[in-house]
Write a protein that binds this ligand. Sequence first.
Ligand SMILES: Cc1ncc(COP(=O)(O)O)c(C=O)c1O
Length: 395
Amino acid sequence: MSRLFLSDRIPYDTGTNAISRLLERLRRQGVEVLNLTETNPVKAGFVFPLEALHAGIVQESISGYDPHPRGLQEAREAIAGYYEEHGIHVHPEAIYCTSSTSEAYSMLFKLLADPGDEILVPEPSYPLFDYLALFEALKPVPFRLGYGKGAKPMVNRDSVETVCSNRTRALIIVNPNNPTGSYLDEDDRKFLTEFCRRRGIALIVDEVFHDYCFLETKPPSVLSQEMPCLQFTLNGLSKTLCLPQMKLSWFVVSGPLRYQRKAQSRLDILLDFYLSVNTPVQVAAPVLLSRREEIQEAVRLRCRDNLAFLQSTMKEIDGIDVYPVEGGWSVVMKVWRIDDEEEFVLRLLEDHHVLMHPGYFYNFIDGENLVLSLLPSIETFRDGIRRFVKAIYDW
Ligand SMILES: Cc1ncc(COP(=O)(O)O)c(C=O)c1O
């Protein structure tokens, strides 16, 4: 038999696990599972006004094709307008459109690093970073976000200093973090920008959940602060407008001008080879972004309601702490009474037909955390939490 060579960039262990296999079996048996991990806004019932989608997309200019590596001027101006509404001046020329935030990471990794170089990724956080780095033949190197006294995860600065090597090329931070819902602390931000400046590496800040704030005053975007290092700030319609199907994201280049120029001259070449963002969504961007408040307010209301229900229910139960959430779509519970997250999640699914994520999916290391989405409908969420309480008492 002849041989077939394939790249090692794609790990084999991304397929099924015990939870996905059980879920599949239950679905085959016709069991209705309450999915408290749903983060697809469309599946959670957030439907963008159809007439705005029509008005945005059905325009004469969609029949033309005059691409630009940074994205169409009208799309970039609309995105600059989004920041203007937040009191931040971003020049449209500093904006690059991509088809997803994941794609933005892959472009930035190509810009910043060579095969074998290292990217510092936060833990616990969004689990895709490891894979996105591996797909570019880079090595993801974790640094810890540790829960401090106030139960707000802070950057473990020793961990950052220790894991940084002469192959490190970028550091990622998520603001607010997924799934802990914590906005980047101002002291941590200063530490990270100064650290990146000193090490000559770039800071990548993922702000896809930035608008979904539970605090009275929303912490400012990192784009409104001074930046001593080369910085890339990511966002997109998939979270900002609950429109993952539209495939439009972006990143903003900022920092010292000479670094920006160097980065942008290379980015212009790189993105010109892909031109991956379709014209209709870019043409529609101004109309879509103008409807931001309606959809975001609906999501915030749902998340607040679900969070309040969770907090009031868990207050009555010993051995469960709901970590404070400042923003985002997720919440983490520390469940002191379980010593094996996965075993508990499997039992909850098998016996009570409720799906939650074990903390290790997000690189929590103490084995006692459960991660929930705040997006499910009020009925699904409440029913799921009531069944969870039963499961806890049965445990
Ligand atoms: C922190 C974070 N960044 C990026 C993404 C992916 O966004 P996109 O759908 O634009 O690729 C997600 C998706 O959940 C996320 O949680």
